[in-house]
Write a protein that binds this ligand. Structure first.
Ligand code: HAM
Length: 292
C-alpha cells in the first residue's frame, strides 16, 4: 500500500512527492509500485517476526523498482536493484561489514579504483542541529531557491541538498560542523578501520541521500560517473516507525542498469564470448545424441 512508502521515506522527499506511481484498485485502495526495497523488507521482517535471535539477520533482494522520473541515460522509470540489508545490526562493526561487502562485490566484478563517498547524519539531535544551521543560513543568505526548494525550506530543509538546481548555488553549511563529540569519535574510529583495511573513501559533507529514514552513516559509490551506482546507509528508526520495534539496521542497493552500463563501457563485462561448438539436431532421433 501507498502508506508503507509515504510514512517511511518521508512525505517531502522527491520519491514520495513526485516519483511514486500511485493508483487506486477496484475497491479504491491506494496502491503504489515500490520505488525502493528497504521499506518492504522492514514490513516483511516485522510481519513474519523474522528476528528471533540477538545476532544480525542478513537479507538480499534482486528486484525491479519504479520511479516516475524524467527518463535519461542511467535513469529509468523501471529499473533493477540488488539490495542488501543487515538487520538487527548495531554499531561500527556492522557499518564496516556493509562497506566491506560492497567493496568485495565491486572488486569481485573487476572494478578497480572505486571509492566511497561518505557522510554521517547522526541521530535526531545531530540532524536537528544541522537543519537549524541550514535554515539560519538560508534566512541570512536568502538564496534564490527554485519553487520546489522554497517548499522544502518550509517542510524539510535537508532535501534542498538533493536538488540538482539549488545544491550547487551556495556554500551551504557543512554537516561536519553539526557533529557532536560522540559523532566525531565515531568518525575517527571508522576512518581508522577503513584505513587499516585499505577501503578508499572521501567525505562529502553535503551528501544527504534523498530519503528521510537515514540516521547514521550514509554512503554512495559513483565511479566517476555523474549518477551514483550504489547508495546506502544506516536507518535505526525505521523499524520503530513501521513495525513498532527497536531494531538497528543498515543496507545498500546497487542500480543494476547503471552498473551494467559502466561494465560495458569499460569493457569489464565479457558479453561477446565466442561459442566453442554449436550442435543443431536436424531430426528428432538426433536429440538424445546432443543432450550432454
Ligand atoms: P537509492 O539511492 O534511491 O537508495 O537507490 C539505489 C540505487 O538505485 C542508486 O544508486 C541507483 O544506482 C539506482 N537507481 C535509483 N533510481 C534509479 C533510476 N530511476 N534508474 C536507474 N537506477 C536507479 C535506495 O533505494 C535505498 N533503498 C538503498 C538502501 C538500502 N538504503 C538502505 N538499504
Amino acid at each position: 500500500a501507498k502508506e508503507l512508502f509515504t510514512t517511511s521515506l518521508g512525505f517531502t522527499t522527491d520519491i514520495i512527492h513526485k516519483e511514486m506511481y500511485i493508483f487506486a484498485d477496484r475497491k479504491g485502495r491506494q496502491l503504489a509500485l515500490r520505488p525502493e526495497g528497504t521499506a518492504s523488507v522492514v514490513r516483511l521482517v516485522c510481519q513474519n517476526k523474522l528476528i528471533k535471535e540477538s545476532y544480525p539477520l542478513k537479507l538480499y533482494y534482486w528486484a525491479n523498482m519504479f520511479r516516475y522520473e524524467r527518463p535519461q541515460q542511467g535513469r529509468y522509470r523501471e529499473f533493477w536493484q540488488l539490495g542488501v540489508e543487515l538487520i538487527n545490526a548495531e554499531g561500527i562493526i556492522a557499518d564496516y561489514q556493509a562497506l566491506k561487502l560492497t567493496a568485495d562485490i565491486f572488486r569481485g566484478l573487476g572494478i578497480k579504483g572505486f571509492g566511497f563517498k561518505l557522510n554521517y547524519l547522526g541521530n535526531n539531535e545531530t540532524k536537528e542541529r544541522y537543519k537549524k544551521k541550514l535554515k539560519d543560513f538560508i534566512k541570512k543568505t536568502v538564496p534564490n531557491l527554485c519553487a520546489d526548494c522554497q517548499r522544502r525550506n518550509e517542510t524539510n530543509p535537508l532535501r534542498i541538498l538533493d536538488c540538482s538546481l539549488c545544491k550547487n548555488k551556495y556554500q551551504y553549511p557543512s554537516y561536519k560542523d553539526a557533529w557532536s563529540e560522540k559523532d566525531n569519535n565515531y568518525i575517527n574510529e571508522l576512518n581508522g578501520i577503513l584505513d587499516k583495511f585499505n577501503l578508499p573513501y572521501q567525505y562529502d559533507y553535503h551528501l544527504v541521500r534523498g530519503l528521510d529514514y537515514y540516521t547514521g552513516l550514509i554512503f554512495e559509490i559513483d565511479l566517476g560517473t555523474e549518477k551514483a551506482i550504489l547508495g546506502g546507509g544506516r536507518y535505526d528508526n525505521l523499524y520503530q516507525e513501521i513495525g513498532g520495534v527497536d531494531v538497528p539496521a543498515l543496507g545498500f542497493a546497487i542500480g543494476i542498469e547503471r552498473l551494467a552500463e559502466y561494465l560495458e563501457e569499460k569493457k569489464i563485462l565479457k558479453t561477446e564470448q565466442a561459442v566453442d561448438i554449436f550442435f543443431l539436431a536436424m531430426t528428432t532421433e538426433a536429440y538424445p545424441d546432443i543432450l550432454f
